[in-house]
Design a binder for this molecule. Structure first.
Ligand SMILES: [Zn+2]
Length: 138
């Protein structure tokens, strides 16, 4: 889908390449620490909880809820022409809180605790992870 929000092209690293490869296929692929089970965000090859360096990659559900959000009425640079837009922390079903945009709805209809689903907006070879209200993405 395309929300019309700016899509800066990602520059994957060796560490987070599985995540970006997933986005290109419309899949949310995240690392999980094999020592303590923590699901790691932002994707990288070490655990933010126990500092372990053994991670496995798995496909997450793409489901989450809005933890907090703000409506930005004045963007900068390429964001200037797309305001108002929603900047939110989405808490994934698997635990991590992701700073993202909520798209595909009127910003005034966004609510804390609202269920949302991952959407992937093409950005060059990969795609950017954003979220839309649950049930609106297919
Ligand atoms: Zn760990």
């Amino acid at each position: 889908m395309s929300s019309g929000l700016p899509t800066a092209e990602p520059r994957p690293t060796v560490e987070n390449h599985p995540y970006w490869e997933g986005t290109a296929q419309g899949r949310l692929v995240l690392p999980r620490c094999t020592a303590c089970g923590t699901v790691i965000w932002y994707p990288r090859a070490f655990c933010s909880s126990c500092r372990g360096t053994d991670v496995e990659w798995f496909e997450a559900s793409g489901r989450g809820t809005i933890y907090s959000f703000t409506i930005s009425h004045r963007g900068q640079g390429p964001w200037r022409d797309v305001a108002p837009y929603v900047v939110a922390y989405v808490e994934l079903e698997e635990g991590p809180r992701v700073l993202t945009n909520v798209v595909g709805c009127d910003p005034d209809e966004v609510k804390v605790a609202q269920p949302v689903e991952a959407v992937f907006e093409p950005a060059g070879e990969y795609a950017l992870l954003r979220f839309a209200p649950a049930g609106t993405t297919s």
